[in-house]
Design a protein around this ligand. Structure first.
Ligand code: ADP
Ligand code: MG
Length: 528
C-alpha cells in the first residue's frame, strides 16, 4: 500500500513540526492519499477503518487552507458525538500548535451554550461540532457560515445512523455553494452516496481497504497490563524465556527512544530503530542485531519494514498497533524459516477492543495470559535449567566429570550438597533478573557508611524486639547476626541496617516472610 513520508506531502513547516512532535513517522495510507487531494480543494470521499488516522487526513489540509488573518469561520467539521467532537478538536489543536492565531472550537450539546457563544464572538476559524448544536447556533445566528470554505463530515455513516441526516442537510445548505465538501466514513452505505450526490462536486473516492492476510503459525498471547508496568513485564518475559533476540514495537519514535533508554538502564543491550536515523546508523544497528550484539531491538513499524532477521524469537507489541495489517507485519518478523516464534501484545484498557478486531481480521486466536511475577520468572528459569541437566545426563559422556565429583565425595561431601551447590552457582548469577539489578542501587537510605537502612512495617505494637529482628534476618538469610547494624524500633515500624552487600539478599528473602508470626513488608528506607 502506497504511503508517503510527511516531508513528501508539501506541508507548511508549522504542520510538519507539529506532526514530528506528535511522533508520527509516516502518513497512513488514507492520509497519504487524501491530504494532497484535499489540499488542492477537491471534494473527497474517504473510506478507511477506525484507527487509521482519518482526523489528520482531513485536519491537516483543513488547517493549511485556513487563513488566520481572516477572523471569520472558515471550516466546519461535523461529528456524531460529543466525545468525538472533543477528541477531534484535541487532535487538531495539537496539529495547529505552531500555526499562530488559528482558533478551533468544539461545539456540542451538553455544554452551556452561552459559553460557546462567548467563545464564538472572539472569532473562531474552525468549529468541530455535533449537528444538533451547530444547527442551534445557526438558528441563533451565533455562527455565520458565509465564509466557510470547507465542510467535513467525520464518521458520516455513524451520523446518518443516528438520524442526523436532516440536520446535516440544513447545515450544508447554509454554507456557500463554492465550499469544498469532504466526507469520511468507515463504510459507504447508500444513504451516504445519496448525500454525496447532493452536496459534492465531482468527488474523488479514496478507499483504503485491507486485503486478507494470512498469519504465519506463531503462538500469540496478550497481557492486560497498566501503562506503568509495561517495562517490568517486558523485562520479565525476556528474562523468563531467556530470549536472545527480541523485537519490540512501539507506535511512535518518542516511545522507542524512551523504552530503549529504560532497557539500557536495566542492563539490556537494547537499541532503537526509527525513521529519524540515518541509513548508516540503521545499518549499524541492524548488523549488531544480526550478530547478537544487540539483544533487544525496539522499532517503529516504518523502520522495521526492511528488517529481515531469521532468528527473532519473540515479537513484542509494546503498544497495540494502529491497524490489523501492521499487527500481521509485526508478528511476521518471528517464526521465520520454520522456527518457533512467539508474539506478545501488551493491552491497556480499551486496547482490548483492538485485540478483538485483530483476531477477527486475522482469523487467529490471541490467547490471554497473566503477566508473570518475579517468582514466576525464577520458577521457569530453574525448571528450564533442570531440564537441560536431565538432557545432559541422558547424553552421557560424563566420565571425566564423574571423576571430579568422586574427589569431593572422598572428602566426605555428599552428592546432594554438591549438586545443590552447583545449581546455586549456575543459577545464582542468572536468576538475578535485570529488574533486580536496577533495584540494587539503594542510594542513600540514611544508614551508616557501607550499610543500607531497611524499613520493616512491624514495631513495638507487635511486641517486636531487637533480638527478633536479628534472629529472623540471620536465621532466614544466613548472614552472621553480628553484621547486622543499628536497629530502631518504633510503635508501628522498625529500621534495621544491614551491610550493603547483603541488602539485596535480605530484601529478597525477607519480603513476605514473617517475624514473630507477623507477615512483614520490607523495603529500603527513605533518607532520614
Ligand atoms: P480514525 O479517525 O481513522 O479512527 P484517528 O484519526 O482517531 O483515526 O487516529 C487514531 C490514532 O492514530 C490517533 O491516536 C492519532 O493520533 C494516531 N495517528 C494518526 N495518524 C498517525 C500517523 N501518521 N502515525 C502515527 N499515528 C497516527
Ligand atoms: Mg475518526
Amino acid at each position: 500500500m502506497q504511503t508517503l513520508r510527511f516531508e513528501e506531502l508539501e506541508l507548511s513547516k508549522e504542520i510538519q513540526k507539529a506532526v514530528t512532535d506528535m511522533g508520527f513517522e509516516e502518513a497512513t495510507p488514507i492520509q497519504s492519499q487524501s491530504i494532497p487531494s484535499i489540499l488542492k480543494g477537491i471534494d473527497v470521499i474517504g473510506q478507511a477503518q477506525t484507527g487509521t488516522g482519518k482526523t489528520a487526513a482531513f485536519g491537516i489540509p483543513a488547517l493549511e487552507r485556513i487563513n488566520p488573518e481572516n477572523r471569520r469561520l472558515q471550516a466546519v467539521v461535523l461529528c456524531p458525538t460529543r466525545e468525538l467532537a472533543i477528541q477531534v478538536a484535541e487532535e487538531l489543536k495539537k496539529l495547529s500548535k505552531y500555526k499562530r492565531g488559528i482558533q478551533i472550537l468544539p461545539v456540542y450539546g451538553g455544554q452551556p451554550i452561552e459559553r460557546q457563544i462567548k467563545a464564538l464572538r472572539k472569532g473562531v476559524h474552525m468549529i468541530i461540532g455535533t449537528p444538533g448544536r451547530v444547527l442551534d447556533h445557526l438558528k441563533r445566528d451565533t455562527i455565520k457560515m458565509d465564509s466557510v470554505k470547507m465542510a467535513v463530515l467525520d464518521e458520516a455513516d455513524e451520523m446518518l445512523d443516528m438520524g442526523f441526516r436532516e440536520d446535516i442537510e440544513s447545515i450544508l445548505e447554509n454554507t456557500p455553494e463554492s465550499r469544498q465538501t469532504v466526507f469520511f466514513s468507515a463504510t459507504m452505505p447508500k444513504p451516504i452516496l445519496d448525500l454525496t450526490k447532493k452536496f459534492q462536486k465531482d468527488p474523488q473516492l479514496i478507499k483504503v481497504i485491507h486485503k486478507e492476510m494470512t498469519v504465519p503459525s506463531i503462538e500469540q498471547y496478550y497481557f492486560e497490563v497498566k501503562e506503568q508496568t509495561k517495562h517490568d513485564i517486558l523485562s520479565r518475559l525476556i528474562d523468563m524465556h531467556n530470549f536472545k533476540l527480541s523485537l519490540v514495537f512501539c507506535n511512535t519514535k518518542k516511545r522507542v527512544d524512551e523504552l530503549v533508554s529504560n532497557l539500557q538502564t536495566r542492563g539490556y543491550s537494547a537499541e532503537g530503530l526509527h525513521g529519524d536515523m540515518k541509513q548508516s546508523q540503521r545499518d549499524s544497528v541492524m548488523s549488531k542485531f544480526r550478530r547478537g550484539a544487540v539483544e533487544v531491538l525496539v522499532a517503529t513499524d516504518v523502520a522495521a519494514r526492511g528488517i529481515d532477521v531469521d532468528d527473532v524469537e519473540a515479537v513484542f507489541n509494546y503498544d497495540v498497533p494502529q491497524d490489523e495489517e501492521n499487527y500481521v507485519h509485526r508478528i511476521g518478523r518471528t517464526g521465520r524459516a520454520g522456527r518457533a516464534g512467539r508474539a506478545f501484545t501488551f493491552v491497556v484498557g480499551r486496547d482490548i477492543y483492538k485485540i478483538r478486531d485483530i483476531q477477527r481480521y486475522t482469523k487467529t486466536k490471541i490467547k490471554p495470559q497473566k503477566p508473570p511475577s518475579l517468582s514466576d520468572v525464577e520458577e521457569i528459569r530453574t525448571t528450564t535449567f533442570l531440564e537441560k541437566v536431565k538432557g545432559t545426563i541422558e547424553e552421557g559422556h560424563l566420565g571425566k566429570y564423574l571423576n571430579w565429583v568422586e574427589r569431593l565425595i572422598e572428602e566426605d561431601y555428599n552428592t546432594l550438597d554438591i549438586a545443590a551447590a552447583l545449581l546455586k552457582m549456575s543459577l545464582g548469577e542468572e536468576n538475578t533478573s535485570k529488574e533486580e539489578v536496577v533495584q540494587e542501587d539503594f542510594g542513600d537510605t540514611g544508614g551508616a557508611e557501607g550499610m543500607v537502612r531497611l524499613f520493616i512495617n512491624v514495631g513495638s505494637n507487635q511486641r517486636i524486639q531487637a533480638r527478633d529482628i536479628v534472629g529472623s534476618i540471620a536465621g532466614e538469610t544466613g548472614i552472621p547476626g553480628k553484621l547486622i547494624g543499628a536497629i530502631d524500633i518504633f510503635d508501628k515500624y522498625t529500621f534495621v541496617e544491614v551491610p550493603r552487600e547483603y541488602a539485596k539478599d535480605v530484601l529478597m528473602t525477607m519480603k513476605n516472610n514473617q517475624i514473630k508470626g507477623k507477615k512483614i513488608n520490607i523495603e529500603p528506607a527513605n533518607k532520614k
